[in-house]
Design a protein around this ligand. Structure first.
Ligand SMILES: [Zn+2]
Length: 480
């Protein structure tokens, strides 16, 4: 029988600046799901990439004294290197400037949307930060609330997409969870937005004002609007324009991971495009919040942007993955401080997981334990942990899955204190260690999608499950 498929994407990162921790959070969350579904023996396609067109990037390049091409090449390469730094398992990396892989699909989609595209003279406020036309309700004191910038008044003739036509269908898909938005609060937000009525949206800009983008097919005076270009990456990476087998196999996406600031584009415009194309809608959108620093917004102007590469250099990949997955709730806002980070590191990783692993393996290696067969009480505990763990991942609550694992670590610690194996010997000691090894192997297996390197290190030190071959290695997480 053919394997079940699982297609997961991150949003493609906007290349106006280097990666920060917010995107690291998104891509690590997606990586957990990709790895988890591979463990379930599904055929997984995990996509990420970079969104490289638009006025904001053209301006950032100019400010840096570089051509847009040179500028986006450099920043895109940094995003690509997150794979190594964060142990990501993405199968592909798409760039919207890729004229062979991406452009044919973006242009094909444009052509296929013709029945819903019309030209109209338009006057409106455009926020370069949002890369979108905004209205008075997005403003405070004349500035975009999200970007604290005054929008530009733009008066031009553009192409429009008949988004309004799909209002009812989009609403129904979200209401019935055919397109499931997680969490519920974001779903409600989208529904109340739709209920105010959807307007048609500008789908192109005049080429003379915006050259850094994909030209509209059959109208070289116009550039495809950056979102109408970027959203199609989810199709272009599968080879939609080439009608590839990959596309037939993997579309629709099972999960799009996005930040709350760009949900409207994914929950409303994207389904509108897909409905017009006659393609199935993605099954779900997982929406994460923002990471603050000391409860302040992370921003370049405040100079408090946390660089994921620096964190990895200082603490190691799995420590960074652990902090982001454990401390930041999957779908809500969270807060970063070095204090919190080091507390999690020293407490949960060094004194918790690392210490337990070292204790068990030291004793088991010394005693030469060759089998692990748990007693009933012990397998009851691990079974319960597995149940909570599966449920938490099913509900996209990654921190709760980790809490379940750490509860089991705590259970083992208490068991050691109670049994005092250093005072036991013979069969009694064998029984105690056999129980502990069984739990440790389960802990390592549960950590596989979350802390892949650490999981591998533990299992390697244990040898194989059938025939243990314990060789204690270096400490997993030396205390800071
Ligand atoms: Zn804005």
């Amino acid at each position: 029988m053919a394997k079940k498929k699982f297609y997961i994407t991150t949003s493609i990162a906007y290349t106006n600046a280097s990666p920060h921790c917010g995107f690291a959070l998104e891509i690590i969350q997606a990586d957990v799901l990709a790895r988890y579904h591979r463990i379930l023996d599904e055929e997984v396609f995990f996509l990420t990439g970079t969104d490289e067109h638009g006025a904001k990037i053209a301006k950032a390049a100019e400010a840096a004294g570089k051509s847009p091409k040179q500028f986006t090449d450099e920043i895109s390469a940094k995003f690509r290197s997150l794979k190594q730094a964060l142990s990501l398992s993405n199968d592909d990396f798409i760039r919207t400037t890729d004229q062979e892989k991406h452009w044919p699909t973006a242009r094909k989609v444009w052509t296929e949307l013709q029945k819903d595209i019309y030209k109209k003279k338009y006057e409106g406020l455009y926020c370069v930060g949002c890369e979108a036309f905004i209205t008075n309700k997005d403003l405070k004191d004349g500035k975009c609330i999200m970007h604290q910038k005054e929008p530009e008044m733009i008066k031009e003739e553009n192409y429009f997409f008949k988004l309004s036509k799909y209002e009812n269908e989009i609403q129904e898909a979200i209401e019935t969870d055919k397109l499931k938005i997680i969490p519920q609060v974001r779903k409600n937000e989208m529904l109340s937005f739709i209920k105010k009525g959807l307007k048609d949206i500008s789908f192109s800009r005049q080429r003379k004002d915006l050259q850094w983008g994909i030209p509209v097919p059959d109208d070289e005076d116009q550039t495809i609007y950056v979102w109408a270009d970027a959203l199609t990456n989810y199709l272009s990476a599968l080879g939609y324009a080439q009608e590839s087998d990959k596309f037939k196999k993997f579309w629709p996406a099972d999960v799009h991971c996005v930040g709350k600031d760009i949900l409207r584009f994914h929950a409303i415009i994207w389904p509108g495009i897909l409905l017009s194309l006659g393609l199935p809608l993605p099954k779900s959108i997982l929406v994460h919040g923002f990471i603050g620093v000391n409860n302040q917004k992370m921003s370049k102007s405040l100079g408090n942007v946390i660089d994921p590469f620096e964190l990895v250099d200082k603490y190691g990949t799995d420590a960074v993955r652990y902090f982001l997955l454990r401390e930041i709730p999957t779908t809500a806002d969270g807060d970063f401080t070095y204090e919190k980070f080091e507390k999690r590191y020293n407490g949960d990783l060094a004194a918790g997981l690392g210490n337990l692993t070292a204790r068990i393996l030291t004793m088991a290696e010394k005693k030469g334990i060759k089998t692990m067969s748990p007693e009933k009480e012990f397998s009851k505990e691990t079974d319960k942990t597995w149940e909570d763990y599966y449920q938490a991942i099913q509900d996209f609550k990654f921190s709760e899955a980790l809490i379940a694992v750490w509860d089991l670590i705590g259970y083992c610690d208490r068991y050691i204190e109670k049994q005092q194996p250093w005072k036991s010997e013979g069969k009694e000691l064998e029984k105690i260690l056999s129980n502990l090894l069984f739990a440790l192997a389960d802990i390592a297996k549960m950590l596989k999608p979350f802390l892949p390197e650490t999981s591998e290190k533990i299992l390697q030190q244990m040898g194989t499950k059938e025939k243990l071959n314990i060789k204690r290695g270096e400490l997993l997480f030396p205390k800071l």
